[in-house]
Write a protein that binds this ligand. Structure first.
Ligand code: GAR
Length: 192
């Protein structure tokens, strides 16, 4: 299973996937390419560390969505990798129908809340401010509805009275780092 990872940030979830791969926990899945829409994103530094090609890919002209020329650049570059699975690990852009259709059924996203609660930006902060006692993270198939595709798996995180936004974020990230590689390993093991 050939995996392409897209990310915009520090890349801690891409790192968890690559560590699982190095430890032999991903079965026959293999990350073949990392792409970022931010030239200085931490995720790109993982390429050298893990020996995986990592490139900035210009998402212009839009700021928060992948559309128009940028979308076509992403479709062409990703298609050239012949991926079986595209993992959105902190890719902070809305994907539009042409991209989703180009890789139908092959795109999964990680979201830092128990969807359908708290979709969109800052899932951790939304849950913290709302005062829920349990939040967590979700891996789901990507459809045209933002954060609305079929849920593959979730992990719960309890919010204690003593938690701050920072301690909660650390707990949710730890849950993500376990959940996402485990989901990928299961998808790699599933019969096609
Ligand atoms: C993760 O918490 C992920 O759930 C979130 O971005 C973070 C990326 O961290 N994604 C979203 O909010 C998508 N809507 P990372 O760059 O360290 O992996």
């Amino acid at each position: 299973m050939r995996i392409v990872i897209l990310g915009s940030g520090r890349g801690s979830n891409a790192e968890a996937i690559l560590q699982a791969q190095s430890a032999g926990r991903l079965g026959n899945a293999r990350v073949v390419q990392l792409f970022s829409d931010k030239p200085d994103a931490g995720i790109l530094a993982l390429g050298t560390r893990f020996g995986v090609p990592a490139s900035y890919l210009d998402p212009a002209p839009f700021k928060t969505k992948l559309d128009g020329e940028g979308e076509q650049r992403y479709i062409a570059a990703i298609a050239a990798c012949a991926p079986d699975l595209i993992v959105l690990a902190g890719f902070m852009r809305v994907l539009k129908p042409p991209f989703i259709a180009a890789f139908a059924g092959k795109i999964i996203n990680l979201h830092p809340s128990l969807l359908p609660s708290f979709p969109g930006l800052d899932g951790i902060g939304q849950a913290f401010r709302r005062g829920v006692k349990i939040t967590g993270c979700t891996v789901h198939h990507v459809t045209a509805e933002v954060d609305g595709g079929p849920i593959i798996d979730q992990a719960a995180v309890r919010i204690e009275e003593t938690d701050t936004l920072e301690t909660l974020a650390a707990k949710v990230h730890a849950a993500e780092h376990a959940l996402l590689p485990a989901v990928i390993a299961r998808l790699a093991a599933a019969p096609a």
